[in-house]
Ligand binder design. Structure first.
Ligand SMILES: [Zn+2]
Length: 298
């Protein structure tokens, strides 16, 4: 696959898994059948499975090369990890081989950006080596939100927390902190000459988004400010995984407005092919303009 270009930066998607998952009524607390059906003509079959109506999604990492730096945005689920979801438990995928196939050796990664610390965004932060979880990218700084870190660290310590959330922090975040490879951020930050880290809270307390600008071209990596493209026209719909629902809605609206106003390519973590789209604003409504160029992925 040819990499997408945003100015001088190149961006490739490395997929871990892709397929049909949740039913929309499970995913969206404010699910409304009539509103969903009104969107289905453009959703089926790429984003909604025909017949079952299950949402089709991907778990992938974005690899950004700026010429100076190699940056990974989110690191999927990881291999060999104890997880609650049978489809995510003790995975054994060739993710690292796929990463290397796009010219990205783990040693070459300079930054790992964790948009938030959910299970499907931090998995490849670490790998199992001689029975221990060690950083997969030994030369990288792992950038994460201070707020998100402290929140999930507290969850991991709290008696009665959900086991997979405890495991996620302990096997995929704590080893990074202990190896002194974590870099905590709060507020807005410039990075690598072309990125701006911005708070995008709601889905998790400290979620961050990454705005890329190079030679006048822009892309925005929103983490899970949205999971599925139906949340563009129906932007008031949160996912069931959003922690603070009012804040998540506000963040999504700001994000979509920024994409539309700046002509930025929206590059979420879970959209099925073609994985990225431009956003058009029509009054207080938003529409997608899919970026089918370079849509085939590894
Ligand atoms: Zn996610």
């Amino acid at each position: 696959m040819a990499a997408r270009a945003i100015g001088n930066a190149t961006i490739e998607k490395v997929e871990e898994i892709c397929g049909a998952g949740f039913k929309p009524a499970r995913m969206f607390p404010k699910f409304d059948q009539e509103a969903f059906d009104a969107q289905k003509s453009w959703m089926v079959p790429d984003h909604v499975e025909p017949g079952s109506d299950r949402l089709v999604g991907s778990v992938h990492t974005w690899v950004v090369k700026t010429g100076k730096h190699t940056i990974l945005i989110d690191t999927c689920l990881g291999n060999h990890k104890d997880r609650h979801n049978p489809g995510w438990n003790k995975l054994d995928t060739p993710f690292l081989e796929r990463l290397q196939a796009c010219g990205c050796h783990p040693d070459s990664v300079d930054f790992v950006m964790c948009t938030h610390l959910h299970v499907d965004h931090v998995g490849w932060n670490t790998k199992l080596e001689n029975g221990k979880w060690v950083p997969t990218f030994p030369n990288a700084k792992y950038v994460m939100s201070r707020t998100d870190h402290d929140y999930w660290a507290a969850v991991a310590k709290r008696p009665g927390s959900v086991p997979f959330e405890v495991n996620t922090y302990n096997d995929s975040v704590l080893p990074i902190v202990e190896a002194k490879k974590a870099e905590f951020v709060s507020g807005e930050h410039a990075m690598c000459g072309c990125f701006t880290i911005k708070p995008a809270p709601g889905h998790t307390p400290g979620q961050i988004r990454l705005d890329l600008e190079s030679r006048g071209k822009r892309a925005i990596f929103p983490g899970d400010a949205l999971h599925n493209p139906v949340q563009v026209p129906l932007w008031k719909w949160n996912s069931c995984f959003c922690e603070d629902r009012d804040l998540a809605r506000k963040t999504r609206n700001t994000l979509l407005g920024d994409c539309a106003e700046q002509g930025a390519l929206l590059m979420p973590a879970h959209f099925a092919p073609p994985h990225a789209a431009y956003v058009k604003a029509k009054g207080d409504r938003f529409e997608l303009d899919w970026d089918w160029d370079n849509a085939r992925g590894r």
